[in-house]
Design a protein around this ligand. Structure first.
Ligand SMILES: Cc1cc2nc3c(=O)[nH]c(=O)nc-3n(C[C@H](O)[C@H](O)[C@H](O)COP(=O)(O)O)c2cc1C
Length: 201
């Protein structure tokens, strides 16, 4: 049985430090026996949620843009990696718009009481969050982590583990910190392994 994970990259830089961290985690996930599809979120042509609320009555979004295919992809995934820098103390805009568009899942689950995720999938799904930030101040990741917890609840893919690294303005290049790359690999492997075990036993 195949285990498939989606990795959402929230950084505009496809070769930046967030991407480096994400790739190490993906290496771990793949070595644990899962497949991975990367979605570079800032590259998608998607609108923010426009509060049309068609999703109140039906499990679809009224905005017909590139987002449509991701509803099925996220619904069918066995797990998620979210890899993102902190921007203005929170989630970067493109990724936040992507997340807000899952109001479709929110309405299904909380308004109509019918989660779009099957009960079997709900036992399997987990999210790993990888995030970096330039500064070194208190509560740098709290907004982002709160948003990811909410996103995980909405899509029935709870945030189960995270790797959060501040002080990137000093570190500059993540490749100079092999211990962080090792940690990302280990967390990716653990995610893949847990999902494979939950799905296949
Ligand atoms: C628009 C913008 C806003 C940012 N806001 C913050 C912030 O509020 N706090 C912080 O610690 N770093 C902030 N940063 C720094 C990034 O989190 C940091 O440079 C990160 O390493 C970038 O990741 P990347 O290599 O994937 O691009 C910001 C960067 C940008 C471009």
């Amino acid at each position: 049985m195949e285990c498939h994970i989606i990795a959402l990259l929230g950084s505009p830089r496809q070769e930046g430090n967030t991407a480096i961290l994400m790739r190490e985690a993906i290496r771990g996930v793949e070595e644990a026996g899962c497949t991975v599809e990367v979605v570079w979120v800032p590259g998608l042509s998607i609108k923010p949620c426009m509060e049309i609320f068609a999703c109140k009555a039906q499990p679809r979004c009224a905005i017909k843009d590139e987002m449509q295919q991701y509803y099925d992809k996220i619904r069918d995934a066995d797990g998620l990696i979210v890899a993102t820098p902190v921007m203005t103390m929170g989630v970067p805009g493109a990724l936040k718009s992507f997340i807000d568009r899952f109001q479709v899942f929110y309405m299904a689950k909380y308004e109509r009481g019918e989660s779009l995720i099957s009960s079997e999938q709900r036992k399997v799904r987990k999210m790993l969050l990888l995030s970096i930030a330039g500064m070194n101040i208190k509560n740098l990741f709290s907004g982002l982590v709160q948003t990811m917890h909410a996103f995980g609840e909405i899509i029935d893919c709870p945030l189960s583990d995270s790797l959060l690294r501040d002080d990137m303005d000093t570190i500059k290049d993540l490749k100079t910190r092999p211990e962080l790359l090792k940690e990302a690999y280990a967390k990716g492997y653990a995610l893949g392994d847990a999902i494979r075990m939950a799905k296949c036993g």
